[in-house]
Design a protein around this ligand. Structure first.
Ligand code: SF4
Length: 447
């Protein structure tokens, strides 16, 4: 399949464009001024059900929806467009709106570490064992998901971009931080990079014997948005050989595949891509947030996990939609999230129960809603850290008052206590980070 990308400038060329109503075209134009919009011909031709596209999860996953903007923001932007405002004015309003949408959720900017006094803008190091790396050339995707919590990466808000060119700094950083066992190469989607760029980042790591890595992970949506990346692109074979090389080096390579809906696993192309990747010795783990309008039904999750296991994939995470961007549109309440997770989990065999969740990637750490129970006749949420800024917080159940409407950790109230058990220490950690005392190994390393 020859790759064809579509954005606000040329989506009029997709075969199904005549199906769009005037209102839909207007909504796409208005919303795409604030949120990024990009799709491609694999998504439009193979994934979207055009007979019912208004409610189709694959369509909603890819095309900007009117309700992704609050009414006031939508109307302000519509107003500017209608009166033919110049680009500068539109851009300025778009940035104003973006700033109100929590563009850096979970304190991402405070995860940026230093090396030899220099701030490493392409790295985030939040948990002791795991470093995130944002290669400059991987800060885009084959198509953009409308819910994406990294949406600011794809706008022109340069100050919000995390990216770094120098792979040697990455290698040096890993050598200097022996607690790091996992490197997550992320984006955007690093699999948009050509083979030369992929090699430039990965091979120096293979050639260095001074770091303590066990696993390189690559976060990607290419499996389901552009499976030809592993089949027919001109460097597909080279990519697979690189995967093989990593596997044979003794390091594990894991693709962290973002799969939001079972339909993404249904095409011949995705199944062929999975087969080829697995033949290189690479593991594929899967993750997705729980999203209104896209995948908020338990049967859909259980079907997706079962199919993943049948294809040799390992279900890994169900996330809760983050407190950023269009959370009001995609986010589900914590109450509903645990109901959907529990029901789906109960319908699959043990092999699919590798999945964890529903989990909030919040500033203090990954907090799982483990369940709802009663203490002295009062309903409570049972919470649990799956990852924490302090590893000692992990796996210690704690309680919050039950709240039907809460969608995120900061909306919860501790049960029979003033503060959650981790909050005093969390404040201290944040204070140290503000003073540029960077937490790398047990909070001891200073910038
Ligand atoms: S592929 Fe990942 S990074 Fe890219 S838009 Fe989708 S969720 Fe965001």
């Amino acid at each position: 399949m020859k790759h064809q990308s579509y954005s606000i400038h040329n989506y009029q060329n997709i075969d199904q464009f005549s199906k769009f109503s005037k209102e839909q075209r207007e909504a796409i134009e208005v919303v795409s001024k604030v949120f990024p919009f990009k799709t491609n011909n694999y998504v439009t031709d193979k994934l979207i059900d055009w007979d019912n596209f208004e409610d189709d999860p694959m369509f909603i996953l890819n095309f900007p929806q009117k309700d992704m903007l609050q009414d006031n923001h939508y109307n302000q932007m519509l107003d500017l467009i209608r009166r033919g405002a110049d680009k500068k004015e539109v851009y300025s309003l778009a940035n104003d709106i973006r700033r109100q949408l929590n563009p850096h959720p979970a304190g991402q900017e405070s995860n940026v570490p230093f090396l030899n006094g220099e701030k490493l803008l392409g790295i985030q190091h939040k948990y002791k064992e795991t470093v995130l790396f944002f290669p400059t050339q991987g800060q885009t995707c084959h198509a953009y998901c409308t819910f994406c919590f990294r949406w600011p990466q794809f706008t022109n808000m340069d100050e919000l971009k995390f990216a770094m060119k120098q792979s040697n700094l990455l290698t040096e950083y890993l050598e200097n931080n022996q607690s790091v066992s996992d490197l997550l190469i992320t984006g955007g989607d690093p699999m948009v990079m050509n083979i030369n760029n992929l090699k430039a980042y990965i091979e120096p790591i293979l050639n260095s014997h001074s770091h303590n890595l066990n696993t390189i992970r690559i976060g990607t949506k290419s499996l389901s948005f552009w499976p030809d990346r592993f089949i027919n692109d001109k460097d597909s074979e080279d990519v697979l050989r690189l995967f093989e090389k990593v596997s044979k080096s003794g390091l594990q390579l894991a693709l962290m595949a973002h799969i939001n809906h079972p339909r993404e696993l249904s095409t011949k192309a995705v199944q062929e891509a999975i087969r080829r990747i697995r033949n290189t010795g690479v593991q594929i783990r899967t993750q997705s947030p729980l999203l209104n309008h896209i995948n908020n039904k338990p049967e859909l999750w259980s079907r997706m996990w079962r199919h993943q296991v049948a294809l040799g994939l390992i279900p890994y995470y169900m996330f809760i939609a983050r407190d950023t961007g269009a959370q009001h549109y995609f986010g589900t309440s914590l109450k509903k999230s645990i109901q959907i997770f529990s029901r789906a989990y109960s319908q699959v065999s043990g092999l699919a129960r590798t999945v964890r969740g529903p989990s909030m990637s919040a500033d203090p750490g990954k907090v799982q809603i483990a369940g709802v129970t009663k203490i002295r006749n009062q309903k409570v949420f049972v919470l649990n850290f799956l990852q924490g800024r302090n590893p000692d917080w992990v796996n210690k159940p704690f309680f919050a008052e039950y709240d039907e409407n809460a969608k995120w950790l900061d909306e919860l109230v501790p049960f029979e206590d003033d503060r959650f058990f981790f909050e005093d220490e969390f404040d201290e950690i944040k204070e140290k980070q503000d003073k540029k005392i960077v937490r790398i190994d047990n909070y001891k390393t200073t910038a």
